[in-house]
Design a protein around this ligand. Structure first.
Ligand SMILES: [Zn+2]
Length: 81
């Protein structure tokens, strides 16, 4: 990703929860994954996820269905493929 929002917001979250809890804390951003590009490179991308439930095998307890978004959810920057 070309912007640095994930690191900046993760650092802010660490600072916030450390102050709130009064002990050193860690924070890990959970909505980022590596995606293979058309040129077979690897890039970091954000994703959103839905929990799908249905009366079918594999879906009765719910199944996560993520999809990659092509922009930064923090600053709105669009990412190229
Ligand atoms: Zn950003």
């Amino acid at each position: 990703m070309s912007c640095n929002c994930t690191k900046e917001f993760t650092d802010k979250m660490i600072e916030h929860v450390t102050q709130q809890l009064g002990v050193p804390a860690k924070a890990e951003y959970q909505n980022e994954t590596l995606v293979v590009t058309k040129e077979l490179g690897l890039v970091h991308r954000h994703f959103v996820s839905f929990k799908i439930t249905a009366d079918k095998p594999g879906y009765r307890k719910g199944k996560d269905m993520p999809f990659v978004i092509k922009f930064c959810p923090f600053c709105g920057e669009k990412f190229e493929d």
